[in-house]
Design a protein around this ligand. Structure first.
Ligand SMILES: C[S@@+](CC[C@H](N)C(=O)[O-])C[C@H]1O[C@@H](n2cnc3c(N)ncnc32)[C@H](O)[C@@H]1O
Length: 292
């Protein structure tokens, strides 16, 4: 990988260690139950869970059948499995050794129209023919890359996508310094508060697989414009994000999330961008002279 810096290689290895631990425990039986109840699962997830809402925005579900789709950072392989069950020809990629084991188990236990193909290791190192893919997607993937690595990934996506192909990513959005600092102040799962437990926060940060980098909508727009003729960014979560601090049952919170995601679309666009916690990034029409 001559194109990327040594710190980027360290970042890949840190991610690999982190996710190898995480995916050891994935319950493939649970994924198979999801696939056997696909319509019910998608009706709920794509209206309530922000990463599924974002990935499936603009009738994505209806467009994937028969398409050759590469999913980068497939992780626990839930999305790759859903896409394959919807009839897409899926190539799943991750640096985690366990994602490959999950795909193998899924192919054995579920009858897909096309078995999922797994490519292990960093995408930049893989040999994939130019103009061969209809879609390259990533759900919570790009923000795990350092910026020079991300550029190398986008350059390669530009090469492997067909001229009418699409790249689609669901990523966090950081468009307000104030909201970002507020986010770090609130303890979440095993992450201590940056303000009230700085020592604990530092220890957590040392193991965290996210590089310090720009995740603003402006950054992703400028990145897309280098390699694609069309760039669309859809901000999300301005109201939905507060569910994490509301003291209600999971059932009420799911309803809150669903309604909030619907309502926030009616607020002015600049407020949606400013308050967003997530964003869907859609790039189309690869530039033919984008070899920067
Ligand atoms: C936040 S997880 C998202 C997983 C999954 N897409 C989801 O939505 O649950 C990020 C994933 O990206 C993977 N990843 C990080 N760096 C990578 C790289 N350079 N190449 C491939 N996968 C990578 C990690 O192993 C992890 O599975």
């Amino acid at each position: 990988m001559e194109e990327i810096k040594a710190e980027s290689v360290d970042n890949i290895n840190k991610n690999k260690d982190f996710y190898n631990k995480k995916y050891k425990e994935v319950n493939v039986g649970g994924l198979i139950r999801t696939l056997n109840n696909l319509d019910v699962f998608l009706a709920d997830a794509t209206t309530t869970d922000i990463s599924w809402v974002g990935m499936y925005v603009n009738n994505f579900k209806e467009t994937v059948k028969g398409k050759k789709v590469l999913e980068l950072g497939c992780g626990n392989c839930a999305n790759a499995a859903v896409l394959a069950a919807l009839g897409a020809e899926v190539i799943a990629n991750d640096i985690s050794d366990y994602s490959g084991d999950i795909i193998e188990a899924l192919n054995t236990k579920f009858e897909f129209e096309h078995n999922i193909v797994f490519k292990k290791g960093d995408f930049v190192t893989h040999d994939i023919s130019n103009d061969s893919l209809d879609m390259v997607i990533g759900k919570a993937f790009l923000h795990h890359l350092t910026l020079d690595h991300e550029k190398a990934v986008l350059k390669k996506i530009n090469d492997v996508l067909k001229q009418d192909g699409e790249a689609r990513f669901f990523e966090p959005a950081v468009n307000s310094k104030f909201l970002d600092e507020l986010r770090w102040t609130v303890p979440m799962n095993n992450r201590p508060s940056k303000l009230f437990n700085p020592k604990g926060f530092k220890a957590w940060e040392a193991l965290d697989p996210h590089p310090h980098r720009d995740n603003s909508s402006k950054h992703f727009r400028m990145l897309g414009e280098q390699f694609f003729n069309t760039t669309e960014i859809i901000p999300m979560g301005m109201l939905e994000r507060f569910y994490r601090i509301l003291p209600f049952s999971n059932k009420i919170l799911r309803k809150y999330r669903r309604v909030a995601l619907r309502l926030e679309k009616y607020t002015p666009k600049f407020i949606q961008f400013l308050g967003a916690r997530s964003q869907t990034i859609i790039f189309k029409s690869p530039k033919s002279n984008a070899h920067v």
